[in-house]
Design a protein around this ligand. Sequence first.
Ligand code: GDP
Ligand code: MG
Length: 151
Amino acid sequence: MERTFLMIKPDGVQRGLIGKVIQRFEEKGLQLVAAKLVQITMAQAAAHYEEHRDKPFFGELLEYITSGPSFAMIWAGEEIIQVTRAINGKTNPVEAAPGTIRGDYALRKGVNVIHGSDCLESAEKEIANFFTHEELACFLYPADPKEGMTT
Ligand code: GDP
Ligand code: MG
């Protein structure tokens, strides 16, 4: 099953949107594989946004993403990248369609509630930046949670 890295950014966590955001992915039929609150370090932030290091907003971006706890998640499902990025909406919340997370909950490009990996390869890199092997191993539960139960 394909998986992706999604993260509720500090503004989303601070505004109490974790439950609402999770609900959207659950209702879509995607599977939550791992999740935790993280205080992102500068080093993790710089690695996560490496592709943007030459952009004028890079410093601002690192400051924002390390400004408070974020909620890091791994989700699995078919066409996971396309599906989750569609649910997140366009990067600029002004252009993001109503009904998307950014379209409904954000106003500014620099403060846009959620991150979603842009391809399967970046998803794996981002997962490795935020989750340990041990954390992932404990989430390898059977597809049917009742499997193996005798009573
Ligand atoms: P994403 O993949 O949709 O998150 O967008 P990008 O990969 O292009 O940018 C990464 C993140 O950088 C965005 O989600 C924004 O939080 C931030 N960002 C992008 N463009 C700007 C900008 O012009 N100004 C600021 N302050 N932040 C930006
Ligand atoms: Mg991106």
